[in-house]
Design a protein around this ligand. Structure first.
Ligand code: ACM
Length: 260
C-alpha cells in the first residue's frame, strides 16, 4: 500500500490508510515507514511528542484491531517510544495479536539526529507456516540485512519505506530478491513534505518482486494505491539457479570480510 500521510495527523492517517486497504482482501498488507506520523520531524523533541509505545500505543492498537477484525497480517512502520529511546520501527500484527517489531538498523540522513539506532536481531517472524523478514527503507543499501534475514529462513521480506532517492530502493530491492531468492514487498510513500525549511519528495513506485528479481506489481509514482497480488512462497525455499548452483550452498564465507 502506498499513500501520503499528513504530518502529525496520527488518527487521520490511520483512518485513511485503513480506508485504502479495507476495500480489498489480502493475507498480508505492508504499509509504509512512519505511516501514522509522517517523516519530516523538526527535532528529536518533535518526534518524542508523536512516538508511541509498542504495543500499547494508538497506532499498534489500531493495527491489532484491524488484523483481528479482517483476519489479516499487517507490517507497518511507526515511531516507537521506549522509555527515553525512540526508534524508527515496524510492527508485525496478526489475527491472533501482536507478533513482533523491528527497529531500523541503518538510519538515513537526519534520522540520525531524531532516532536511536535499532538494537534488535535480524530474526524473521513466523506467520502461519511462513517466515517473513522485516527491514526499513535505507536498510536496502546494506545487503547484509536481506542476506541475514534470508539465511535465517525469510521467504518474503517486507520493506516499509519513505524512499527519496529516485529509483534506487526499487532497484536494490530487485537485487536483494534475486541474490537471496526471496520475495520482497516495498511499501513506499508518495508526495512531498515541507517542514522547518526542508522539503522532501517521496518516490512511490511501491513494488512486489519475485525470487528472480522480476517486478510482479508496481504502483504509480504519485497516487495512493493498494494492490494485492498472489505469490507462491514455497518458491523462496529453493535457492538453486542452475543444476550446479545453489546460491546459499555455493557461498564462500571463508573469503568474505564479515567484520571490518
Ligand atoms: C529512508 O531511509 N527513509 C530514506
Amino acid at each position: 500500500m502506498q499513500f501520503k500521510p499528513q504530518f502529525g495527523e496520527v488518527k487521520g492517517n490511520i483512518a485513511r490508510a485503513f480506508a485504502l486497504i479495507e476495500r480489498k482482501s489480502a493475507d498480508l498488507w505492508v504499509l509504509p515507514e512512519l505511516f501514522s506520523t509522517g517523516y519530516l520531524f523538526a527535532s528529536r523533541s518533535d518526534l518524542l511528542e508523536l512516538a508511541e509505545p509498542v504495543p500499547e500505543g494508538r497506532t499498534t492498537r489500531a493495527l491489532l484491531e484491524f488484523a483481528r477484525d479482517r483476519g489479516t497480517f499487517l507490517v507497518a512502520g511507526l515511531a516507537e517510544r521506549d522509555g527515553a529511546k525512540v526508534y524508527n520501527s515496524a510492527v508485525v500484527a496478526g489475527p491472533g495479536g501482536f507478533i513482533g517489531r523491528y527497529r531500523k538498523l541503518h538510519l538515513f540522513g537526519k534520522e540520525k539526529v531524531w532516532f536511536d539506532p535499532g538494537d534488535l536481531p535480524l530474526e524473521p517472524f513466523l506467520l502461519d507456516r511462513v517466515k517473513i523478514g522485516v527491514m526499513i527503507c535505507f536498510d536496502h543499501f546494506f545487503p547484509e540485512v536481506a542476506r541475514t534475514l534470508s539465511l535465517r529462513g525469510a521467504q518474503l521480506i517486507c520493506h516499509p519505506a519513505n524512499l527519496v532517492l529516485p529509483g534506487m530502493g526499487q532497484l536494490s530491492m530487485r537485487v536483494r530478491a534475486m541474490e537471496n531468492r526471496v520475495f520482497t514487498v516495498t511499501a513506499n510513500r508518495i508526495g512531498e513534505e515541507a517542514r522547518g525549511g526542508e522539503v522532501l519528495r517521496f518516490t512511490g513506485e511501491s513494488q512486489v518482486v519475485t525470487p528472480d528479481g522480476a517486478v510482479l506489481s508496481r504502483a504509480s509514482r504519485d497516487r495512493e494505491e493498494a494492490k494485492a497480488v498472489e505469490v507462491e512462497l514455497e518458491r523462496a525455499l529453493d535457492k538453486r539457479i542452475t543444476r550446479y548452483n545453489d546460491l546459499f550452498a555455493d557461498r564462500r564465507p571463508d573469503f568474505y570480510v564479515l567484520w571490518a
